[in-house]
Design a protein around this ligand. Sequence first.
Ligand code: SF4
Length: 390
Amino acid sequence: MNPGLYIHVPFCLRKCPYCDFYSEADLTLKSAFLEALRCEMALVAEALPDAGGFDTVYFGGGTPSLLEPSEVAGVLDAVQRHFTVADDVEVTLEVNPGTVTPEKLAGFRHAGVNRLSIGVQSLDDATLRFLGRLHNAEQARDVLDAARACGFASLSADLIYGVGGATGQSVEAVLSDVTALLSYAPEHLSCYMLTLEEGTPLHARHSNNDFMMPDETAQGTLFSTVSDTLTEGGYLHYEVSNFARSPGFVSRHNTKYWEMVTTVGLGPSAHGFWCGGGGRQEPSRWWNVANLRSWLACLKEGRRPVQGEETLDREALMTEALYLGLRRMEGVALKDFHRRFAVDLVSVLGGLFGELEEQGLMVRSSDAIRLTRRGFAVADGIVLRLLQAL
Ligand code: SF4
C-alpha cells in the first residue's frame, strides 16, 4: 500500500477546552511555519528516499482551514516537488466551520483539496457552547451546504457525543444530532465519544463537579444509538468511530494508520511510522517536537525536528495488530496474523473467543475474528482481556 503524508497545522484561533492536540493561538508565525515546512519536506525526502509514492495528503491540526487557499496550494506544490505523489491522491483538509467562507472553500478545491473533514461536532448550539467551539449550529450548516455547492464530492463530518451537563447527554439529543447530520448525506462520518483528557480545562471543570458525564451504561446506549441510526441510514460502521456511505468513501488516509502502512508526519507534534524494509529494516515510529518555536529552530539549523523515535519489536507490533484490527469491520485475519507473528490465535485464545461469541461481542469465521457492533462499544476492554491472555 502507498504511504500517506500528514501535515500538522499548529494554529487555532482559540483552544477548545476538551482538546489536547498541539496548537498555538498566535498566528504571527504562520509564514515562518510555511517556509520551514518546505525545509522539513526536503530533509524528510532525503532521509526516506524509498518511501514510495504518496497517495494521501492530510492537512490536520490545529486548524488547517486558517491557511489561505493560496498557502494550501503552495504547500501542495512543494509536496509535489519533494515527493513522488500518485495521480489519484486523496487530499483532505480539516475545516473548522468558524474559519471559512464559501469563497474560501471554493479556493481550497481549486488549490487541489478533494476531501473536506468538517469539524461540525454538533448541530445543537447548547452542545457547541459546552464544547467551547468557535462556531454555532447555523455556521456548521452553512459550511456543509457551501462545501457541496462548490463541488466537493467527498465530505466527512466529525461529531462528538456523550457530552456532559446537569445530567449526561440524552439519547434524544444524540439522535437529533445524528439525524440532522444525516440530512446532509456526508460521504463519511467520524463520531467520537467525548473523553476528558487530563490537563485540559474541561477535565479540571469535571474534577470540580461542574457537570455530569454519562456513566458507562449510558455511554454504551449512546454508542448503539449512533451506530444503529447510521447503519439503518445505509452507512458502513467500518471502524469503531468511523462510518462510510459506501466502501469507496472509507478514509484512505486513516486506513494507513489502521493497517500499519508507512505514514510521514510533518509539522510540530506530527508522528511518522515506517512499516519496515528499505534501508531501515525494523518498523519504527518517530514524533516531532510539540512546540512551534523549537520545531522552527531545528529546521533553521538544518536538522529534522524529531524529538523521539522507537523501534517496534514483535510484541509491540502484535499488540497493535490486534488492537487496530479488532477496531475495524474486517477484524483480524487469522492466517495473516500467523504469517507475521507465528502465533495461532485460535489455539492460544480460542476459549476466550468462545466466551465473547456467546456474549454476542465477537464473531469468528475460518479466516478472521471480528467484533460485532456491540463488541465495538467495548472494544478497548476486549482487546485488553485478549492481550492479557496472549
Ligand atoms: S479547533 Fe480542533 S485542534 Fe483546535 S483546539 Fe479546537 S478541537 Fe483542538
